[in-house]
Structure formats: C-alpha cells, structure tokens
Write a protein that binds this ligand. Structure first.
Ligand code: ADP
Length: 315
C-alpha cells in the first residue's frame, strides 16, 4: 500500500482571453474540479492499482462533502480530519489565451492538518510500503508523518512542491527520495546549501554538475524532474549500493495540459517503488504515467489507470 499525507483543494478555474487589470471585471468560461497535490497524487496512486490511504484535512462544507464522495468513488481509504471553523482548501485559477496562469490558493483546512491526527492514523502509515508527502499542508504534520514512517522502515518520498511551506522548512533530514522540479530544486539549494542558482541555469548543466548539486542536499536519492526534458536521478550511494546518476528522457508526446504532470510522476514513482521495483525502473514507469497524463486536460481528471499505462506502453 501507499500512504499519502497531503492537501485537497477545490480548483475554481476561469478561462479568460487576457488577465484582468486591477479593478476590472470581465467574463470568462468557468470550470471547477478536484485539485491539491496530495489528493491528485492519491487519486493517481489508486488508479495505478495501489491500495491507497489518504490522510488529509477538510472543512465542514459543501466542498468537503464532494471531496469525500470523490475519494469513495476512486477507492481511496480517506482518513479525514474535519475542521468546522475552517474552509476546505481552494484555489482560484485564471488561465489566459496563451495558457499562462495566475493562481491564488486558500490553504484553509490544509494548514490545520494536525500532528495529532497524523499520530492517530499512524497505523495507516506504518503498514504502508511507501509514504508520499508534499508541501501543501501544515509542515509539522508532514514532519510527524515522515518520522513515523522512518521509524517503521517505510520508504519516504517527499515532493517539495508548493505552496504552503517555504523551502527552508522542508523536512529534508526525513526523506529517502526527494522529487523536486527545477524551480523547487533551485529554491532548496538556496535555502539548504546557500547556493544561488536560477532555475533556468540548470538547463546548461551536465550530469556531473547536477549530481554534485544533488549531493549538497541531505536526501540520499534525488529524482529531479525536468518537464519535457525528462528526469535526472542522483543516488548518493548507501551501504553496499554505489553512488550513481542517470538521465531518463520524457516520452515524446504532444502535451495538451501539463497541470499535474509532477503529481502523476510522483504517484507513478511511489506505486512502482511500493511494488519493489528498483529506482531506475520506477522512474521509467513514472515517466510513462506522466506522459499519458499531460496528453489530457485537467490534473486529477487526467490521471491514467494501470491498464491504460500497460496498453499504451506495453508494460
Ligand atoms: P511539475 O509538473 O511538478 O512542474 P515537471 O514539469 O518537471 O513537474 O514534469 C514532471 C514529469 O512529467 C517530467 O519529468 C516528465 O516525465 C513529464 N512531463 C512533463 N511535461 C512533459 C511533456 N511536455 N511531455 C512528456 N512528458 C512530460
């Protein structure tokens, strides 16, 4: 099984020609659907066939009722903490004609997920093969979950993806496999190693330089995602396993909507590692899951099932 401790946000999306000027009102095409990094990743894990537990916090509102129904429909074992005094998490998203976005996240109940709730659900974490966490809930709760997993020998994958927790507060000492994208990697290097690197400066770096940068961060294994350029894997070497590095190219597909690509990738990685696959195989599997997801609209909505992955890639 995979345990995910993380966020749920209801996404409210408006498609507009161009972004508003201050004080301006305009019409846009509206859409709404489930989002939040924790929920997206839990849904993807469940669709990929892993028994999935999801530890999260919601308000006591209509969004929460919809979210619970969604988790049921996806076959997710949801362990929800209810905060009646808070709103469920939400995100207001504007997308303009050139597909740029502007986003405001209301963390709401996500910021209130408590260490006590995580503690109460510790059996769900301890009996999992993999724990998957992100940066969108109360960092104390995330840290507690990672500590529980570490003590129980559960593999810990941490996706340091925004928005609630600053890079400096990332629980990097409690992570087995860290999965930043380029800008998150640059933020972490600045906060934890005092290195100032523009995210787009990473493009020019060769494998030796990237590997050396990865070794500046505490987690022994780092899977750096590079968008359409794929992923870079760095292993600091532990015990009898030698240090190593590897580049895995993205699958050549025509992307329609890359929202949630990282979530699909992290879920693929978690499910493959939970099944006991070695890291390089797991990264290839994650790459294939993400390649299917980016060809579809929507984050959670576009997550592929296991049979779709097998049919498409013959694995
Ligand atoms: P995030 O969505 O977190 O910013 P990335 O953009 O790095 O993360 O994407 C995560 C993974 O999704 C990549 O490593 C790659 O495997 C896959 N991916 C992203 N964009 C594309 C694309 N245009 N074509 C194929 N695969 C993609």
């Amino acid at each position: 099984p995979v345990a995910v401790v993380g966020s749920f946000n209801q996404d409210f999306v408006w498609h507009v020609e161009r972004f508003n000027a201050p004080g301006e009102t305009q019409l846009g095409r509206f859409d709404t659907g489930p989002g939040g990094k924790g929920s997206n990743q839990a849904i993807a894990c469940a669709r990929l066939g892993a028994p999935t537990r999801f530890v999260a916090a919601l308000g006591d509102d209509a969004i929460a009722a919809q979210a619970r129904a969604l988790f049921d429909a996806e076959g997710i074992d949801a362990r929800i903490e209810t905060h009646a005094q808070a709103m469920s998490g939400s995100a207001a998203i504007l997308i303009d004609a050139s597909a740029q976005n502007m986003i405001v996240v209301g963390a709401g109940a996500n910021a209130l997920l408590s260490s006590a709730h995580v503690e109460a659900e510790r059996a769900a974490i301890e009996s999992a093969a993999v724990l998957l966490t992100q940066h969108e809930v109360n960092p104390d709760a995330t840290r507690r979950a990672l500590e529980i997993a570490g003590a129980a020998g559960v593999l810990r994958i941490h996706n340091p993806a925004p928005t609630v927790v600053p890079a400096a507060a990332a629980p990097l000492d409690q992570v087995d496999v860290l999965t930043p994208n380029e800008s998150e990697f640059a933020d972490l290097l600045r906060a934890h190693a005092g290195l100032s690197l523009a995210a787009d400066g990473l493009h020019a770096l060769g494998d030796d330089d990237l590997h050396a940068l990865c070794l500046r961060l505490p987690p022994p294994r780092i899977v750096l995602t590079l968008g359409a350029r794929g992923a870079f894997v760095s292993d600091a070497g532990t015990g009898d396993a030698p240090a190593g590095r590897l580049r895995v190219p993205a699958r050549p597909v025509v992307a329609r909507d890359t929202t949630g690509a990282g979530d699909a990738f992290n879920a693929g990685l978690a499910v493959a590692l939970a099944e006991g696959q070695p890291l390089d195989h797991a990264v290839h599997f994650a790459t294939r899951v993400a390649a299917l997801q980016v060809q579809r609209e929507g984050a959670a909505r576009g997550m592929p099932s296991r049979s779709e992955v097998e049919r498409e890639w013959g694995i």
